[in-house]
Every structure is written in C-alpha cells, then in structure tokens.
Design a protein around this ligand. Structure first.
Ligand SMILES: Cc1cc2nc3c(=O)[nH]c(=O)nc-3n(C[C@H](O)[C@H](O)[C@H](O)COP(=O)(O)OP(=O)(O)OC[C@H]3O[C@@H](n4cnc5c(N)ncnc54)[C@H](O)[C@@H]3O)c2cc1C
Length: 566
C-alpha cells in the first residue's frame, strides 16, 4: 500500500469540506492539507442546493428571531447554544462568499436579495436564482484551489478511519482510477461526507449520498446522534423525486389536492404552504392516505401550482425549476401544476460533534450534513443547511488547523490498514456468494420507504428492523460481478451498501426506541410530544450485536419548550 501523510485530511469536498479547507489554509500556509473526495468536488450534492442560504442581513430581522425560528422549527430538540452561535456567524459567511465572487441575486437597489422560506418569520434566504448551491460551490472551489497547501484527491474513496486509543491517526482510501488502497496518516481528520438519504427509495438526493462518513465514524466508536430524525421534503417531483425547491412556495406557489382545495388551511392556517417541512409533509401524506390526492401512472400525487406567478417571475426566480419540471416531470409550470409528493430530504442526525465540531474521538472533526451538533434538532428549517455547512465548515477547518499545529503525527498501525484491505478486497470484492448488490439495495430502500417513512408505528419499525438485519446477513453472501480495478462502480456500490445497511439499522432502532412524536419523527402509536421523557438526544454506539443507545440532555439557553403551532 502506498503511504501518504498530511497534517489535516478533509474527507468530502461539498460545501462543508471546501469551507473547512479554505479556513484551515487561511489560518496557516505551513499546514499541509488534503481534501479527499469520491467525486470531483463539483459533483458533490451541495451543487444541487436550490432555494437559498439563511442569514440575518436586514435591520428588521434579528438574531433572536432567526434563533427562535430554528429552535421552534426543531421542535425544541436543537442545542440552543449552537443555534445562537450559528445565527451570529451566518451573515459573515454570506459577505465572505460575496467577496469571493458568489453572484447573489439582488434587489433593484443592489442589496443581496432575500426570499421567504418555510418556518422563517422573516425573508432571510439569500439566493442565487434557484441554483444557490451551484454558485456557492463554484465560488468555494475556485477559492480553495488558490491555496498551494491544499491538495485535492479527486475520485478517491475513503473506506475506514484508523483510530488508536480513541485518537484518530489517519484513514484508508481507494484510488478509483487504479483500484489500489492507500493509507493516509493525519494529525487531524475532518469528516464532511454529507447525508445518508439514499437509504430511501424516493429521495431528492444524489445517488452518491450514501452516508459513508457517518458509518466510518460509527464503526470506530463515534456515536451517531438523533438518527431517527429524517426530514421529508414536501415537494419531490413525481416520478423521479428530484427536488422542486421550497423557494417555489416562498415565491408564492400553492398546494392543491384533487378536490381543488388548498388543504394547508386545515393543518397550518397561518403559515399555509410555508409551514415547516415536517408539518407540510404530514399534511400531504394525510391527504394521500385519506384519498384526496390525484392519481397518476406513478401513484398518488399533490399539485404544486405556480401558474399565478406568471412566466416572467418564474423565468427570473425559478428557471431551474421550470427546466426540471419540463424535462423530468413532463409539465411546464407556466401552464400546468407540477405533480409532487414528499421525498426523503435531509438527515438531522449524524456524527455527534460539539459546538467546535469536535467528535468524542480526539483529532476527529465533523461538519455539514454528516454531523449532528445539534443545530436542527428534530426538524431542519430550509436554507439552514447550506448556512450550517459554511459556518461549521469554517469552524472545523480552524479547529482542526489549531489542533494539527499543536499535535504531532501518531504512529499508524499498519496491521489495521492490512485488515481493512482484507475486509474490502477479500471480504467484499472477492465474495463468492449469490446475492446481487442492486437487488439488496432496492429491497432496503423499499423497506425504508414503506416502514420507516413519514408516519411510523412500533410494529412496522420492529418488522423493518428484522428485515434490515436479514439484509445484512444476505450482504455477507454477495457477488460483485465486475472484478476489474479501474473505476469499478459495482464495487463502490457494494461498499456504499455496506455503509447504508448500518445506517438503516441505526435509524430504525433509534426510531423504535423514541416513543413520542417530535418534528420529523411521527409515531402513530405515540402521537404526542413528551418533553418529560424525550427532551433528550439519542446516541447510537456501534457494538457487534447492533447499536447500543444512550441519551443526553438538550442544551436550553433562552427558549423553554412550548406547544408548536403554525
Ligand atoms: C436538491 C437539493 C436541494 C437543496 N437545497 C438546499 C437549499 O436551498 N438550502 C439549504 O440550506 N440546503 C439545501 N439542501 C441541503 C444541502 O444542500 C445539503 O445538506 C448540503 O449541501 C450538504 O453539504 P455537505 O458538504 O455536508 O455534503 P455534500 O455536498 O453531500 O458532499 C459530500 C462530499 O463527501 C464526499 N464523500 C462522501 N463519501 C465519501 C467517501 N467514502 N470517500 C471520499 N469522499 C466521500 C463526496 O464526494 C462529496 O464531496 C438541498 C439538498 C438537495 C438534495
């Protein structure tokens, strides 16, 4: 195995990873920084972010208002110290992005424009038309490539973290071009590997969003926090699940059922279509279950109507949405409503990290969607995620840099890398069974889509757990047809499924244990929020027999939990 060494290794080159790289490089030109990504950075899912990035930019808005909206949106499960820090840092990030060249959309008098978004009481989503993530990513990638001490390893697949005595000492990664495993020694490692939405069948996320980093950290002893909280976005385009941004409703779009009713009046009479995502998704799912949805060749759907906005506004503010609806949905939103239904969209849970992005493993940091700080609690507000990636990507870069400047390299246990090589090449690529990876993957996704969806019950979750464990057993008996070395996508699909099966199991077990309904976690058998018992974060630890759960309290600074109504 070829060996590399860098002071800091960042795994992931989405918004969080790139922001971390820039922050670390700014802190010291002497640090040797590597960014490893299984994709070219500009293919990271962050490029798909559409609607905007939240920040307080106007005098009429306030930090307290943004913080309260976030805490209420989170159904009071967010750690409020993290929220307060976040809202104060977000405007700085918007201005930095501006200086680095991000083409924000503007008001007629030249200010950075802001649009309304679900659950925010003030229009605070800064945006670049409906391609915000695309422009942010190009800005940050351009910036990151100007530093001579940042080295990119594009199309390298990290397979494991190497940890000794609870200190991270490096990792293993496969160069996809050659199929060879290499070792990376590091003083600090930042995980910025994104979410795990592809454990679901109907999702807005890229096929590559398979939660690898969460699973890698979990396997070496870092706890996964609040994994039962998966966000469902109200407007996944039928039939693909591709996202129609909440910005479409922010600009004034309506939701209709088959009776022609704007049904949100029954569920959130004040906020209507701009209630938070958990509320709107539950409303849609109820309309579907009670038979008031439209029926089409791809099952039931709800109508998202933008026609009253007019062609000019749609072209100016939502050009990507129009294009996507025409090409992938077969409808022109200027003339017809768009068929949508809820889709898995965000992972509130992730690698447990504190306000400085430190995980319980020394030298290991986590930022962006793979982490859980916990900023979003039980339900994230739209536009808070890209903002989180910028704010806490920067924190992770700075903290990792400070730590790396004061720490030395630790000894890298070669035997652990050899064991990993054996697990991956003999155990997975060399496995001689009869099970096919796409088949197991489809079964897992369908299972998550039916039994671990918007409304959950103990019975279904128990049955889902049993099934996912059977899938894990069957995985031991797979066969990857292609035994080639170069860009073997069948092989990476198997590695990703192995990670996803662990994450599906943790998601189900955490959901089964939480006998209440809060935010995105809605139990039909426990319909109420139960602050007495459940105002706590779930921590899931890896054991050979499956996840072991522990609970820790929520940090409350200013806002005591009250009834959440919109
Ligand atoms: C369609 C869509 C629209 C969205 N719109 C918005 C929005 O308007 N506003 C908002 O705030 N949020 C939005 N979100 C959510 C937001 O975009 C994401 O949460 C955020 O971009 C995640 O960024 P990240 O840096 O954490 O990870 P990602 O951008 O997902 O990047 C993950 C990185 O990790 C790398 N990686 C993963 N596994 C490995 C491995 N094994 N080895 C090496 N590298 C690995 C990948 O190559 C990639 O570079 C949207 C999401 C979607 C899907």
């Amino acid at each position: 195995m070829e060996k590399h060494a860098h002071d800091i290794v960042i795994v992931g080159a989405g918004l969080a990873g790139l922001r971390a790289a820039v922050a670390a490089a700014e802190l010291s030109s002497k640090l040797d920084i590597a960014v490893i990504s299984k994709l070219h950075p500009l293919r990271s899912h962050s490029v798909c972010a559409q609607g905007g990035t939240a920040a307080v930019m106007r005098e009429k808005d306030s930090f307290d208002l943004h913080a309260f909206d976030t805490v209420k949106g989170a159904d009071y499960l967010a750690d409020q110290d993290v929220v307060e820090f976040f809202v104060r840092q977000a405007p700085r990030e918007i201005i930095l992005m501006e200086h680095w060249g991000c083409p924000w959309s503007r008001t007629p008098d030249g200010k950075i424009d802001q649009r309304p978004f679900g659950g925010h009481t003030y229009p605070r989503a800064c945006f670049a038309a409906d391609m915000t993530g695309f422009h942010e990513m190009h800005t940050l990638y351009g910036k990151a490539t100007t530093y001579s001490n940042v080295k990119f390893y594009d199309e390298w697949f990290a397979t494991s973290l190497i940890v000794e005595n609870n200190i991270v000492v490096g990792l293993t990664a496969i160069e996809l071009k050659t199929g060879e495993m290499h070792t990376f020694k590091a003083k600090a490692v930042v995980m910025a590997t994104g979410g795990h939405e592809r454990i679901y069948e109907f999702t807005t996320f890229s096929h590559t969003t398979t939660g690898d980093g969460m699973a890698m950290a979990y396997r070496v002893g870092a706890p996964l926090e609040d994994m039962e909280f998966v966000q469902f976005h109200p407007t996944g385009l039928v039939p693909s699940g591709v996202l129609i941004t909440e910005g479409a409703r922010g600009e004034g779009g309506y939701l209709y059922n088959a009776l022609g009713e704007r049904f949100m009046k029954r569920y959130a009479p004040e906020k209507m279509e701009l209630a938070p995502r958990d509320v709107v998704s539950r409303a849609e799912q109820t309309e579907i279950l009670e038979g008031r949805a439209f029926m089409g060749p791809y099952g039931p759907y709800i109508a998202l109507d933008l026609r009253h906005l007019g062609e000019e506004k749609i072209n100016e503010r939502l050009p990507l949405i129009r294009d996507v609806a025409i090409k992938l949905g077969g409808v022109d939103p200027v003339k017809e409503p768009i068929p949508i239904r809820p889709a898995a969209h965000y992972s509130m849970g992730g690698i447990k990290a504190n306000i400085r992005t430190e995980t319980p493993i020394r030298g290991l940091y986590a930022a962006g969607e793979c982490s859980c700080l916990s900023l979003h609690g039980a339900n994230r507000l739209g536009t808070n995620s890209t903002a989180e990636c910028l704010v806490f990507g920067a924190v992770a870069g700075e903290e990792a840099a400070k730590y790396a400047m004061s720490a030395g390299f630790h000894e890298f246990p070669e035997e652990k890398a050899l064991a990993e090589e054996k697990r991956v090449f003999d155990g997975i690529l060399g496995s001689e069974g009869g099970e096919r990876v796409p088949q197991l993957r489809d079964e897992m996704r369908r299972l998550m889509n039916t039994k671990v969806w918007i409304f959950r019950t103990g019975e279904e979750l128990k049955s889902a757990l049993k099934e996912v464990r059977t899938l894990k057993e069957r995985f031991k008996n797979i066969k990857v047809e292609d035994r080639g070395k170069t860009f073997n996508t069948g092989f990476t699909a198997a590695l990703q499924l192995d990670f996803m099966l662990d994450l599906a199991e943790v998601t189900i077990i955490s959901a089964l244990a939480r006998t209440e309904s809060r935010g995105a976690h809605s139990r039909l058998d426990y319909p109420n929020r139960d602050d007495e018992r459940w105002l706590v974060h779930t921590l899931a630890y890896y054991t050979v027999d499956g996840p072991r759960l522990e609970y820790v309290p929520v940090t409350i600074t200013k806002w005591q939990p009250t009834i959440r109504k919109y």
